[in-house]
Design a protein around this ligand. Structure first.
Ligand code: C2E
Ligand code: CA
Ligand code: CA
Length: 579
C-alpha cells in the first residue's frame, strides 16, 4: 500500500497535466504538481480542506465562466454535477482568465469520488486557428481565397434574400500578366499581384469583399447595393487604377484588367450560377479587347455560347486538318508577270463549306489558336512555294498574313525556320504581311523580331497600309520591303474622294523611302489606270485573279501558258437551251 502511495505521488509530481482527485464528499484529496500552473492559480491555494465548490467559486470569481454572480454560478454548476442517474463524465474546453485554453475532463471514480484533468491546449488551438485561417486566405496577398470567397458569397446572398438587397459579383482577370513572370521572374509577378490586391482593397468599402481565386484571377463581392450603377462606378475605378504602371525594383510594369459582373437579384441566388454568369461576362470583356468590363445578360450568354462553340470547332478543325490555303497572285502590270502569291486562309467546314477568315479569324485570335493555325499556314505556304518551283513555275514569292498575336514571344521565328527547313525553301521566296497593329503593339519587341526575320532573309510587307495609326511617320523606322495600300483607299479612287490624295501620298512616300508599293483590291480598269498613272505597277485584285484553292491555282497558272484558245462563240444559257 505504502509502495502504491509512493508511485501515485511520483506520478502526480511528474505528469504534465493538471489533475484533481476528489473523494466521495467532493473534498480535494490529491492533485498534480502541474495543476496550479495549468489553471493559473497560486500553488499554495490548493490544500485538502478545499471542496470542489471552492474551486468552482474561485474560477467563477475570476471570470472563467463569464460575467455573473460567482455564488450563483457555483450553485448552478454544483447542482448540475449529478443527473438523476448519477455523475456524468464530461469533456469540454474553456478559455481561462489567465489566457490559456484548457481542456477539462471529469470522470467518476470507483469509490464515488471524481477525478478531473486539466490539459493546456492553447498551442493546439492556435494551430487550429492558423490552419483555419490558412484554409481561408490566400497566402500571397492575404486576401480571401476561393473557399472563403465561395462561403462569403453564399452568406451575402442569403442575407440579401432576407433583406431584399442587391449583390454584385465581379470576376477580374489581369491582362498581359503572364509575360511578366516570363520576363521579370516570379517574385516580380508575385509583387504585382500583391499590389493589385492592395489597390483594389483601397478602393472598396469595408463591407465589400475582395478575393484572389488563383493565378491572376480576382473576385469582388459588392453587397448591399442599391443600384447597379454604383457597382459599375467601382469597376471603372478599379480598371483605371490597375492600368497605372506598377514600379517593382525600379522596373515599370504595365498591365490591365478585364472584368465581368453579374447581379443578384437580377440573376440567380445560387452562388455557382452567379459565378458562372460573371465568368461569361468576363469572357466577353476579354474578347472585346480587354481593359474593359461587361455586365451579364442573356444575350451575352448566347454570344458567348456561340463563341465557345466556334472555339471548340476551331480546335477540332486543327485536329482534323480542315484548313486550306487559297492563293491570289500579285502582278507587275508592266510585264504581266506574277511577282508574289498571297496565301489566304480558308476553313473547309464539314457542314458550312469553305469559310473565309471573317467568320473565324477573330475567334482564332482571341483564343490564341491563331498561333497554331498560323504555324500551319506557314508550313503549307512554304511547301507550296517549293512545289511550284519544282514544277517549273516562274520565280515568285509566297506572302503569308501574320496576326499581331503571332508576334508575341519567339514562336514566329521558330515556326518560320522550321517551315523553311522542312520545305527546303530559300527564305527570299517567303514574305510576311504584317498589319500596323502588330507594329503598334510593342515597338521594341517588334523591332527585334523584324530585324531577326530580315536577317533570316524573309521579306516584310505592311498590309492594309493607311488604316492604322502608325502610318506614314513611323514607316521610316521599320525595316520593311513593301507596303500594301489598303483596299478601301483603292476602292475610293476616281470617285472624287480624298482617297486619290492618300494613295498618291503613300506611293510618293514609298518612292522616297525606297519601299515598294503594292495596291490591293483592284477591281476595275479605272482603278488600274489610276494607279499606273502614279507609277504604282504592282497590283492585286479581282480584276486580275481571285483567290483560288491550291489545285485551282495550279490549273489557272498552267492555263496561262497554254496557247490562247480561239475566241469561243457565246454559249447559250442552259435555261434557254431547255426551253
Ligand atoms: P487581307 O490581308 O487584306 O487579304 C486580302 C483580302 O481581300 C482577301 O480576303 C481577299 O480575298 C480580298 N480581296 C482580294 N482582292 C480583292 C478585290 O479586288 N476586291 C475585294 N473586295 N476583295 C479582294 P480574305 O481571304 O477573306 O481574307 C480576309 C483577311 O483575313 C485578310 O485580309 C487577312 O487580314 C486575313 N487573313 C487571311 N488569311 C490569313 C492567315 O493565314 N493568317 C492571318 N493571320 N490572317 C489571314
Ligand atoms: Ca494580306
Ligand atoms: Ca490587305
Amino acid at each position: 500500500l505504502e509502495q502504491n502511495r509512493e508511485i501515485l505521488e511520483s506520478i502526480l509530481f511528474h505528469m504534465d497535466q493538471g489533475l484533481c482527485v476528489y473523494d466521495a464528499d467532493l473534498r480535494l484529496s490529491a492533485w498534480s504538481n502541474q495543476l496550479a500552473d495549468t489553471v493559473g492559480v497560486d500553488p499554495e491555494w490548493f490544500d485538502v480542506s478545499k471542496h470542489m465548490s471552492d474551486l468552482i467559486f474561485m474560477f467563477a470569481d475570476r471570470g472563467d465562466y463569464g460575467d455573473g454572480d460567482a455564488n450563483l454560478i457555483t450553485e448552478q454548476r454544483m447542482a448540475n454535477l449529478y443527473k438523476e442517474d448519477g455523475f456524468h463524465s464530461h469533456r469540454y474546453d474553456r478559455m481561462m482568465a489567465h489566457g490559456k485554453c484548457v481542456e477539462i475532463n471529469g470522470s467518476v471514480l470507483p469509490n464515488g469520488g471524481i477525478v478531473t484533468t486539466y490539459t493546456d491546449i492553447t498551442d493546439r488551438k492556435k494551430n487550429e486557428e492558423t490552419i483555419k485561417q490558412l484554409a481561408l486566405t490566400d497566402p500571397l496577398t492575404q486576401l480571401a481565397n476561393r473557399n472563403q470567397f465561395r462561403s462569403s458569397l453564399q452568406d451575402e446572398l442569403e442575407l440579401a434574400e432576407t433583406q431584399s438587397k442587391m449583390v454584385g459579383l465581379a470576376l477580374l482577370d489581369l491582362d498581359r500578366f503572364k509575360p511578366i513572370n516570363d520576363s521579370y521572374g516570379h517574385p516580380t509577378g508575385d509583387q504585382v499581384l500583391v499590389e493589385v490586391g492592395t489597390r483594389i482593397k483601397d478602393l472598396l468599402s469595408d463591407s465589400d469583399i475582395v478575393a484572389r481565386l488563383g493565378g491572376d484571377e480576382f473576385a469582388l463581392i459588392l453587397p448591399g447595393l442599391t443600384d447597379t450603377k454604383d457597382a459599375i462606378k467601382v469597376l471603372k475605378k478599379i480598371i483605371k487604377i490597375i492600368t497605372h504602371p506598377f514600379v517593382i525594383n525600379d522596373v515599370e510594369i504595365s498591365i490591365g484588367t478585364s472584368v465581368g459582373i453579374s447581379f443578384y437579384p437580377e440573376n440567380d441566388v445560387d452562388p455557382d450560377e452567379l459565378i458562372r454568369k460573371a465568368d461569361v461576362a468576363l469572357y466577353e470583356a476579354k474578347a472585346a479587347g480587354r481593359g474593359t468590363y461587361r455586365i451579364y445578360d442573356q444575350q451575352v450568354d448566347q454570344r458567348v455560347n456561340a463563341a465557345h462553340k466556334l472555339e471548340k470547332e476551331l480546335r477540332r478543325a486543327i485536329k482534323n486538318d480542315e484548313f486550306r490555303l487559297a492563293f491570289q497572285p500579285q502582278f507587275d502590270v508592266t510585264n504581266n508577270k506574277i511577282v508574289c502569291v498571297e496565301a489566304l486562309l480558308r476553313w473547309d467546314h464539314p457542314e458550312k463549306g469553305v469559310l473565309t477568315p471573317s467568320t473565324f479569324l477573330e475567334c482564332a485570335e482571341t483564343t490564341g489558336l491563331i498561333i497554331e493555325i498560323g504555324t500551319w499556314v506557314l508550313h503549307e505556304a512554304a511547301l507550296s512555294a517549293q512545289r511550284w518551283q519544282d514544277l517549273g513555275f516562274e520565280a515568285m514569292r509566297v506572302a503569308v498574313n501574320i496576326s499581331a498575336k503571332q508576334f508575341r514571344g519567339n514562336e514566329l521565328m521558330k515556326a518560320a525556320r522550321s517551315a523553311l527547313r522542312r520545305a527546303k525553301l530559300d527564305p527570299q521566296w517567303l514574305e510576311f504581311e504584317l498589319t500596323e497593329q502588330s507594329i503598334a503593339d510593342d515597338q521594341d519587341l517588334m523591332m527585334r523580331n523584324l530585324e531577326d526575320l530580315r536577317k533570316l532573309g524573309i521579306s516584310l510587307a505592311i498590309d492594309d497600309f493607311g488604316t492604322g495609326y502608325s502610318s506614314l511617320s513611323q514607316l521610316r523606322a521599320f525595316p520593311v520591303d513593301r507596303v500594301k495600300i489598303d483596299r478601301s483607299f483603292v476602292q475610293g479612287v476616281t470617285k472624287e474622294s480624298q482617297d486619290d490624295a492618300i494613295v498618291k501620298t503613300i506611293i510618293d512616300l514609298g518612292r522616297n523611302l525606297n519601299i515598294e508599293v503594292v495596291a490591293e483590291g483592284i477591281e476595275t480598269e479605272e482603278q488600274e489606270e489610276f494607279l499606273a498613272s502614279l507609277d504604282c505597277h504592282q497590283m492585286q485584285g479581282f480584276k486580275f485573279a481571285r483567290p483560288m484553292l491550291k489545285g485551282q491555282f495550279e490549273d489557272w497558272y498552267q492555263s496561262r501558258y497554254e496557247k490562247p484558245k480561239p475566241a469561243r462563240k457565246p454559249r447559250k444559257k442552259k435555261v434557254n437551251a431547255k426551253s
